[in-house]
Design a protein around this ligand. Sequence first.
Ligand SMILES: NC(=O)c1ccc[n+]([C@@H]2O[C@H](COP(=O)([O-])OP(=O)(O)OC[C@H]3O[C@@H](n4cnc5c(N)ncnc54)[C@H](O)[C@@H]3O)[C@@H](O)[C@H]2O)c1
Length: 248
Amino acid sequence: MKVFDGKVVVVTGGGSGIGQACAQAFSDLGATVVALDLKFGGKQELSVEHRLTLDLTDESRVNAAFEAILSEYKKIDVLVNSCGIIHRATVIDTSLSDWNKVIAANLTSCFLTSRAALPSMVENGAGAIINISSGWGIAGGDRASAYCASKGGVVLLTKAMAVDYGKANIRINCVCPGDTDTPLLAQEASLVGSSIDRFRAAGASRPLGRIGKPDEVAQVVVFLASESSSFITGAVMPVDGGASAGTG
Ligand SMILES: NC(=O)c1ccc[n+]([C@@H]2O[C@H](COP(=O)([O-])OP(=O)(O)OC[C@H]3O[C@@H](n4cnc5c(N)ncnc54)[C@H](O)[C@@H]3O)[C@@H](O)[C@H]2O)c1
């Protein structure tokens, strides 16, 4: 008997990085996992059987996907929102179109999927939502206005939903990763004229002396979805090797 046997877990951004690691971790623990993403790579290490390809910023596609999931599996026990994109620019250098894209992918997607999943969780009398924000959802970062605004929004969307749905026995928390070794981090490095190797090396300045691995974030997400965290809701948990604690 595995801990998540019989549970239905939906993971957005499940085709890559942290979302893929979450999907894998829940699948390893016996859950039926449905991964949602814009795309799934050819070399798919994910052993999750159920994948839906969609743009998570598209309201009607999101609603249709959740209707299909609920029609097939009858319930959603856990929703993990890991869908996201990176954008590095100051306010002056951010076009309205880029601003809207970042807010849509990082924040509106969480709103749309939560709104689609919550009614069935309320009906079941139980559920857990874990949103992936960022260290830059708590503190500002350079040349990242739209990204920070979107991730700060995820933090307070998490808290607001935790307040609204606690009495319905739905726990809603968020995880704030520091630099984690994923395709997004490599993309970010190139956006600022650096490289993933330099980003990895910069991890040496953090208390634990390195950047994170996707599975190290996934394990915290699993904890927040499990009964072990039964009295935790509205929490904002850094998973950053101590980066937010300070530097020595
Ligand atoms: N990697 C890091 O260092 C880091 C640090 C802090 C926070 N985060 C956050 O963690 C989450 C996961 O990031 P990651 O590093 O695994 O990135 P990733 O690029 O490996 O994975 C993100 C996934 O989201 C999907 N996605 C983006 N926009 C989408 C859309 N509109 N519809 C459907 N799917 C969409 C992408 O296709 C991709 O598969 C993101 O929200 C990111 O902001 C990452």
